[in-house]
Design a protein around this ligand. Structure first.
Ligand code: HEM
Length: 262
């Protein structure tokens, strides 16, 4: 048997694996928001690049397996240890009656927000996956992709541009597209017609942008990349730029896909 001091504790291994999965999720989040921003950004000629990107992702062989292994498993591993860490954390950045420490400094607040945002992410990701993967996912019928959206006056001209056929049944419109990307663009656009969805997704996005890049900063410390106070300070602007970029890309999809795409 190894002496106690030579053994690596399971908490140490969990911490490292959690951290690596966190970095992986930051990369995935950046890719995901880049694709979705193209639903609305002028770069994408009003949804054109979004459709292309979704179509190429959908053409990956064994996509459900690839998604489960590359996104689902890292998220579950990160989430399980994350929930444990969030439940056992001792938050100390708010005012106290003197019976507990009160340290209202930047890093203590960031520690608190990393944990608060993890709850928003947990429920946000569950809701988002149920909505987009199970409830609203385009259905493939004879090499066509069918979705249900609600009628509005700007839908018919857009559908004509995208080569999508519409069949109305009162306020419900059955849209048939010849690519998964075009069908998904209509789903995203339809989701963000609702002010409630806009508010919920904006909160979700802000939480994700903060969690990802505050987490990126703590990741650099976890792995000993920034140890001196000077190097830690120097990385703060980079983390803020990262948060800003993710926020910009996500807000473009949330606020632009209905209001800008014509
Ligand atoms: C888009 C999803 C997510 C991304 C991009 C992400 C990213 C990260 C990153 C990069 C870290 C820093 C790791 C380190 O300090 O070495 C981190 C930490 C953390 N994450 Fe996440 N995370 C996500 C989802 C979640 C979820 C769903 C939970 C839990 C419910 C969670 C809970 C935590 C906690 C508690 C920490 C701090 C751990 C510590 O300091 O020991 N995260 N996350």
């Amino acid at each position: 048997m190894q002496p106690a001091e030579a053994r690596i504790s399971s908490a140490f291994i969990w911490r490292r694996v959690h951290s690596l999965m966190g970095l992986w999720l930051v990369l995935y989040l950046a890719e995901h928001l880049l694709v979705n921003s193209q639903a609305a950004l002028w770069l994408g000629e009003w949804g054109h690049v979004f459709i292309q990107m979704v179509n190429s992702l959908e053409s990956i062989p064994y996509l459900p397996v690839v998604e489960t292994v590359l996104i689902g498993v890292p998220l579950v591993i990160h989430g399980v240890w994350g929930i444990h860490r969030a439940l056992t954390a001792k938050l100390n950045s708010s005012k106290s009656d003197g019976t507990a420490p009160s340290l209202p400094y930047g890093r203590n607040r960031a520690f608190t927000w990393q944990r608060l945002t993890s709850w928003i992410l947990l429920f946000g990701i569950l809701g988002h996956v149920i909505q987009m993967r199970f409830l609203e996912q385009p259905k493939k019928v004879n090499e066509q992709w069918v979705v249900q959206v609600s009628a509005d006056e700007r839908l018919p001209p857009l559908a004509e541009k995208l080569g999508v056929q519409l069949v109305s049944e009162g306020r419900v419109v059955h849209a048939t597209a010849n690519s998964p990307g075009a069908a998904m663009l209509l789903v995203v656009r339809d989701t963000f017609k609702s002010p409630l969805m806009i508010v919920l997704y904006t909160i979700f996005l802000l939480a994700a942008a903060f969690h990802a890049f505050n987490g990126f900063w703590t990741f650099l410390i976890t792995w000993g990349i920034i140890l001196s106070a000077r190097s830690q300070r120097a990385m703060i602007p980079l983390s803020i730029v990262g948060m800003g970029l993710l926020t910009f890309l996500g807000l473009a999809a949330i606020w632009g896909s209905y209001w800008l795409v014509k």
